[in-house]
Design a protein around this ligand. Structure first.
Ligand code: F6P
Length: 364
C-alpha cells in the first residue's frame, strides 16, 4: 500500500450500534498501523466525544479480540452536531458544535477522521468535509438504507437474528393456529423485513415502501385458513403504513398515529387483523435483539474489507469518500453523493417479485 499520507487519525462510531462495528474498527486500525508511524485516536461516543474532547490514543493491542464482539468498543451516540446545534454549556461560550469539533480535530492533531455510521453520520461527515476536515465514512446499519452502497455491515447479522425469530414463531403459530405478527426494525426502509420475511417464509410482509390495505391482508389470511393453513406469520417493518397514512404528510401522519393510541405499528396491525378476520392474533416485537451480539461471518468479512479499504483511502489521501460495495467491488463514493439521501426498497425490486411468486402478500 506504500507509506501513508496520514500520520494520525481519529476514529468514531456514531448512530445506533450494530454487529460488525468492532470488526470494522479493527480492520481500519490494523491496516493503518501496518504502515508504521501511524497513530490512532479512539473518540468516545460518536460525534459527542469530539465535542466534549473525550478521546485517547489506541495501540495495536486495543484491537485484539474484538473481531467477533458485538456493539462498539468506542461507544456510540446519536449526536448530530449540525442538526442539534445548540450552544454547548460550560464550553467555549458562543461556539457552535461544528466549530468545537473543528477546534478539537486540530487540538488532537488529527490528519483525518474516520467515521462509522448510518445516514445521519455520513451526512455529518460530508458537512465536516465541506468545513475543511479530512473525513472518510464507512456504512453501517441494520436497516441497509445508506445510499451509494449495495450493502451495509450489520444488515446480514440482523437478517439472521430476525429470521431465527420468525422461525421460532412459526412452530408456536402452527401449534395454536394463530396469526403471529412479528415487528422488525426499519423505519424508513423495509430491507430487513423484506429479507428476513422471505428467509423466514413470512405469509405477509409489510414494508414502509408498499402501503398496506387491511382488507387485502385479511383476504390473504382467510384464503390460507380455507386451504387448511389456519396459522400465519405477518412480518411488519416498524415504519410500515396503511394506504390512508401514505396519503398524509409526515406531521399529519405522526398526529394520526398518536391519536390511534397504539405504541407501535405491530400492535395496530395485530388488532386490525384480529378484528377483520376473527383469528387469534399475537404480537412479537423483536426490538434491540436485532442490533445485539456477535456479527455473522458475512458481516465480519464485509466489515473487515470495508475497514481495510478505508485505511487504503486514508493512506492515499483520498478523503471525502464513503467506502461502499458496488456489485462485487469495494469502492469509495463521494460523501456528497451519499449525504441527505436514503436507499429504500424500489418498486418492483426482484426480491419483492420473488416473494409474490411464492405467494407472499405485501398488503397491497
Ligand atoms: O439502527 C437503526 C435502527 O435500528 C432503526 O431501525 C430504529 O428505528 C432505530 O435504530 C432505533 O434506535 P435507537 O432507539 O437507538 O434510536
Amino acid at each position: 500500500m506504500g507509506k501513508s499520507v496520514v500520520g494520525r487519525f481519529g476514529i468514531l462510531t456514531s448512530g445506533g450500534d450494530c454487529p460488525g462495528l468492532n470488526a470494522a474498527i479493527r480492520g481500519v486500525a490494523r491496516a493503518a498501523l501496518g504502515l508504521g508511524d501511524v497513530e490512532v485516536v479512539g473518540i468516545a461516543n460518536g460525534y459527542r466525544g469530539l465535542i466534549e474532547g473525550e478521546a485517547r490514543e489506541l495501540k495495536l493491542r486495543d484491537f485484539s479480540g474484538i473481531l467477533t464482539l458485538g456493539g462498539t468498543i468506542l461507544g456510540a451516540s446519536r449526536e448530530q452536531p449540525f442538526r442539534d446545534d445548540d450552544r454547548v454549556p460550560d464550553s467555549e461560550v458562543g461556539k457552535s458544535k461544528p466549530d468545537i469539533i473543528k477546534a478539537n480535530y486540530r487540538k488532537l492533531k488529527l490528519d483525518c477522521l474516520v467515521v462509522l455510521g448510518g445516514n445521519g453520520t455520513n451526512t455529518t461527515a460530508c458537512l465536516l468535509a465541506r468545513e475543511g476536515l479530512n473525513v472518510i465514512g464507512l456504512p453501517k446499519t441494520i436497516d441497509n438504507d445508506i445510499w451509494g452502497t449495495d450493502v451495509c455491515f450489520g444488515f446480514h447479522s440482523a437478517v439472521h437474528i430476525a429470521t431465527e425469530g420468525i422461525d421460532r414463531l412459526h412452530s408456536t403459530a402452527a401449534s395454536h393456529n394463530r396469526v403471529m405478527v412479528a415487528e422488525l426494525m426499519g423505519n424508513k426502509a423495509g430491507w430487513l423485513a423484506l429479507y428476513a420475511g422471505i428467509a423466514g417464509g413470512g405469509d405477509v410482509i409489510l414494508l414502509p415502501e408498499i402501503p398496506y390495505d387491511v382488507k387485502s391482508i385479511s383476504r390473504h389470511l382467510e384464503r390460507r385458513t380455507l386451504e387448511a393453513k389456519p396459522f400465519s406469520i405477518v412480518v411488519v417493518a416498524e415504519g410500515a403504513m396503511s394506504r390512508q397514512e401514505a396519503g398524509m404528510g409526515k406531521k399529519e401522519r405522526r398526529k394520526y398515529r398518536e391519536s390511534t393510541g397504539f405504541t407501535t405499528i405491530g400492535y395496530r396491525v395485530g388488532q386490525e387483523l384480529a378484528q377483520a378476520t376473527g383469528l387469534e392474533t399475537r404480537l412479537t416485537t423483536l426490538g434491540y435483539v436485532q442490533r445485539g451480539g456477535s456479527p455473522s461471518a458475512y458481516d465480519r468479512v464485509l466489515a473487515t474489507s470495508f475497514g481495510t479499504a478505508a485505511a487504503q483511502l486514508m493512506a492515499h489521501g483520498d478523503f471525502g469518500k464513503m467506502v461502499a460495495m458496488r456489485g462485487s467491488e469495494i469502492v469509495g463514493v463521494p460523501l456528497a453523493e451519499v449525504a441527505g439521501r436514503i436507499k429504500t426498497v424500489p418498486e418492483g425490486h426482484p426480491l419483492v417479485e420473488t416473494g409474490r411468486l411464492v405467494g407472499t402478500c405485501f398488503g397491497d
